[in-house]
Design a protein around this ligand. Structure first.
Ligand code: GDP
Length: 454
């Protein structure tokens, strides 16, 4: 018997449509108390996956004309009886509809409770449920596509393969240990190691993919650095597509670290346009320089900008020195003017070097390509499995470490019993990842990050 929950499932802004969702055993019974169809039909009697127009009301007055959608267990998002009331999207209207539903017997839903029920009713595993949240918060196209793949079970399928191998291996070992005299095929250490190594490879692929998944999801901390007047603001505007920092002819005007997020090169770049890092006595500018240095230390990607129409200055050389060994692209700007810059000096110290004209918007695609190469997204496959958060990474790490111990145990010639212990550890970590054996507190923590109504 599941209690019926209700929430506003769309954003609380004035909009064309807003949805109040009810889910639980009594969803139809409760919704029928606050909604009457124009045709006189009861929601209770409507076939699954159908809609009808009617009036939503409370005890006193009619609230709105709306469309009611009916989904029947188990064929709904939550796996329960679900009614969605699509009303006009006014915040006041939606709140009144929700209140009416609650007065008629529904309980206000907690954060993520609809998705939690979907998980508890076996409609999806924990990784797919977490992907619902990623889908909602996806900032760019690649992130949305990747989240959709996880929601459709890309990670789940990968993990199922690992799980199946480990369960089979564990069963074989148990049979061999328990019935050594019977006709059980013998387990050669090398066969064991091969299977365990295959599993280890799969787990390590997921671990390696994690940082790329993060980048797709959360964006790349990017610093645009260069001495004043080389064209940093212009470059930033060229890639943001709109004016943000003030472009001027006087050196040193971009005093502060300007923050902006732009979708570029298939990801979100979080851009900081810095004041450059030259020495200065100006107290205001020196604050900018200090912050620029801090940002530089934290950056995942650095775009070091130089003025191609001028020879390299000492400040330029300092920048080259300061960024060497980092994820840096040298951007030689103003290539629409005659080039005076010492190309070989830069090319020998920074790779890659891209020649552009930010002012004329030339060479921006080339820069885009190099960014993708450097942050490793040029080969990113959004349909592949990837780990979406730290919780998932921790589970995979634990499984991987246990498999390493299992391999070590076989190699050192310990008994198969000892190997089973580590395989079980790995399986437990995997079960926690999928939610099959996650504790209530882990599950609560996952769903507490959702918003109400999801
Ligand atoms: P910042 O101080 O590094 O942010 O430099 P700005 O973006 O403010 O640019 C300084 C000056 O260089 C401005 O007058 C820009 O119009 C000019 N500029 C920027 N990019 C180019 C370019 O690609 N070609 C030319 N010819 N001028 C540019």
């Amino acid at each position: 018997m599941s209690e019926t929950i209700a929430a506003i499932s769309t954003a609380l802004y004035p909009a064309g449509i807003g949805v109040v969702r009810l889910s639980g055993d009594d969803a139809f019974l409760i919704a029928d108390k606050i909604w009457r169809s124009n045709s006189g039909k009861k929601l209770m009697d409507m076939p699954a996956n159908t809609a009808a127009v009617g009036i939503v009301h409370d005890e006193e007055t009619d609230i709105d004309e709306c469309v009611a959608l009916v989904f029947k267990e188990p064929h709904s998002f939550t796996g329960e009886n679900v009614v969605e009331l699509s009303c006009h999207g006014g915040v006041y209207i939606l709140r009144r509809v929700l209140e009416a539903a609650i007065k008629s017997g529904a309980r206000p839903a907690g954060p993520g409770e609809f998705t939690k029920r979907a998980f508890l009713n076996g409609k999806m595993d924990l990784t797919e449920a977490e992907a619902v949240m990623d889908l909602i918060s996806a900032q760019g196209e690649t992130a949305a596509r990747a989240a959709l793949s996880q929601h459709k079970g890309a990670l789940f399928k990968e993990i199922e393969k690992v799980k199946k191998s480990l369960i089979e291996l564990s069963a074989d070992i148990t049979a061999w240990v328990d019935f050594p005299d019977e006709d059980v095929p013998s387990l050669e250490p090398q066969t064991l190691i091969n299977t365990l190594s295959d599993v280890k490879n799969e787990l390590e692929k997921l671990r390696d993919n994690y940082s790329r998944g993060r980048i797709i999801k959360e964006g790349v901390e990017t610093v645009i650095i260069g001495r004043p007047n080389v064209g940093k603001s212009t470059l930033m505007n060229a890639i943001s597509g709109y004016e943000k920092s003030i472009v001027t002819e006087i050196p040193g005007t971009t005093r502060d670290v300007v923050e902006d997020s732009v979708a570029f090169a298939g990801v979100v770049l979080k851009l900081w346009d810095t004041a450059g890092i030259r020495e200065t006595d100006d107290p205001v500018e020196s604050i900018g320089v200090k912050r620029a240095k801090e940002k530089l230390d934290d950056a995942q990607l650095i775009l070091a900008v130089f003025d191609g129409s001028k020879e390299l200055t000492d400040d330029d050389k300092k920048i080259i020195e300061q960024t060497s060994g980092r994820n840096v692209i040298a951007v030689v700007n103003k290539c629409d003017l005659p080039l005076k810059i010492n190309k070989s000096y830069i090319e020998n110290r920074i790779k890659p070097v891209v020649y552009i004209s930010a002012g004329k918007q030339e060479g921006i695609e080339k820069l885009e390509e190099k960014i993708k190469e450097i942050i490793g997204t040029s080969s990113f496959d959004p349909s592949a499995a990837y780990l979406a958060n730290l919780r998932q990474l921790e589970c995979v790490k634990r499984a991987d470490e246990a498999i390493n111990m299992a391999i070590d145990t076989v190699e050192k010639g310990f008994t198969l019993d000892a190997v089973t212990v580590f395989i079980d550890d790995a399986l437990n970590a995997i079960f926690e990842l999928t939610g099959e054996r996650a504790s209530d507190s882990v599950i609560d923590r996952v769903f507490s990050k959702f918003c109400i109504g999801k």
